[in-house]
Design a protein around this ligand. Sequence first.
Ligand code: WTA
Length: 657
Amino acid sequence: MSADHEIDNLLHEERHFAPTATFSAQAIAKPELYEQAKQDRLGFWATQAKQLHWHKPFTRTLDWSNPPFAKWFDDGQLNVSYNCIDRHVLAGNGERTAIFFEGEPGDTRELSYAELLHEVKKTANALINLGIKPGDRVAIYMPMIPEAVIAMQAVVRIGAVHSVIFGGFSADSLASRIDDAQAKLVITSDGGYRKGKASALKPAVDEALAGDRCPSVKNVLVVRRTNQDVAWVEGRDVEWSQAVGEASDEHEAQGFDAEHPLFILYTSGTTGKPKGILHTTGGYLTQAAYTHKNVFDLHEQTDVYWCTADVGWITGHSYVAYGPLANGASQVIYEGTPETPDWGRWWSIVQKYGVSILYTAPTAIRSFMKLGSQIPNEYDLSSIRVLGSVGEPINPEAWMWYRKHIGGSHAPIVDTWWQTETGAIMVSPLPGITTLKPGSAQVPLPGVSAAILDDDGKELGRGHAGLLVLTEPWPSMLRGIWGDPERFKETYWARFEGKYFAGDGAKWDEEGDLWLLGRVDDVMNVSGHRLSTAEIESALVSHHFVAEAAVVGAKDETTGQAVVAFVILRQNQLENAGNDADVSKILRDHVSKEIGPIARPRTIIVVKELPKTRSGKIMRRLLRDVAEDRPIGDVTTLADTSVMQSISGKLAGGAND
Ligand code: WTA
């Protein structure tokens, strides 16, 4: 496996941080959870599900008679939006703040649960007026403004299915996702504020829908955020302020089957085509709510919670739009980037709102660490009591820095391992119970069963590294890949019979704690965002300069991994373009335009040949060695062993930019 070399570097971690007695005494999670789940796993999950409001109670917990197609709580009915909003208002907590919104320019907006309910009901009616019915797909392409969460809640309230597409994706990526899901409606905004400027979103939607590329789309609902000029297609485009403004504020939430589809979220796989990961209603909300409460130790009456993820990613679904609201939390939503107007922005937000639980990604932590502790030190961060990390392994150095400078040397850090596919956190310490170990995600949560297998499927014990699998179904598991049941079976369930293969390498240490070792497939993780090598390769070869391309993820100090592309150019095309063409910039811009800025290669390396096996497979392992500046590994299976010499020579010659 590709993570082999990492294992040698694994720290033998000596630093341990036991929970303090004061923290444990008030902690939400009780140590008995582990024992209860072990004794009766399904009973345990049924108990968690019963924390929700069911329009019709379930009597069956799990139907696993047709694996890998699971059904959880399937004779029950519920409404996600009712659980996230109405029930808190009905319980007398309507005045509690649901959302503290902080716009990048400094504008603010506060929504209580009662106000959120009012907005969501009106929006639900506006969607109904636009002809949206249960089961219809609605694409959402929005900045991080309250309307993004309102739109998601309204869509699921009426039993429709959303597909949120991250605002950083290009028109092409948007079009392919809209078309794959056959969305009837796109909800977007004129734009949003990023890096001190109004950046546009609607033009990408217009481009995605141009020329009947997405014939399923009937309407585009547009929120005005920046008031910049936008093109308008009469009969198709609808003003949010008008449609929602004029809609009735009466809407009774009806129950939907627990297995009714809730949302699709596209994520990168090992092929060029993104996968539409499908989640359903009852199991998803059960696990999102349970993990949010226990992993973050949420005391909803006093905590102020802030997850910095965008709603375009799974973290922004489970831990912004659903989990926190299901638990009646007060949360911060921030629109912009951490460096605007300066790198103190996040800490000023923590100080201003008294954030007590902060959930973010290691890339962000490493960026702050690089700039130095003098920046956060200028702010009062004493409200912080729990810190979370997600998206990629957090190195012990960044963990220690996070604890000391953001967590006042006392806040427990929960390093949470999970995936778009798992829907909710699977492996994580529980604050107040677990003795923390920097860099390790530690143990499967109560109710979750994980194992590490070798290539032949043999279970490995302590001290061994292998492939991470989940051995039992869990409530928030994906129910499939939209429109492609075969790919679902093949990608996740074919490698090891009856077990879910996560695609990550992992190791149990001598004390039984889990260490994640990165992806073992052709998926990269750049700043905690999943990108597929195949998708970027196909974007590169779609440019007329490029004959062939191979992409690898190389270690990067800040972003975890960075995209490094090896390309073979078409000489004649290049000559036509003139010799001074800046190939590197042109190709990087091209990828950015095709997929989105997050996929922009850090480095383009022009080569004459790519290392291939005799059967013609590109040997990415060798390219990774070059990209990470390591001695090149075994090349004996290469068809032409001189290729690697010429590539590494080329690199030494400064093709790197
Ligand atoms: C990686 C994000 C190490 C992993 C929630 C996984 C992690 C992929 C961690 C899923 C962690 C996520 N430690 N690696 N705490 N959390 N990963 O679908 O490789 O965007 O397979 O979901 O991120 O990425 P996704």
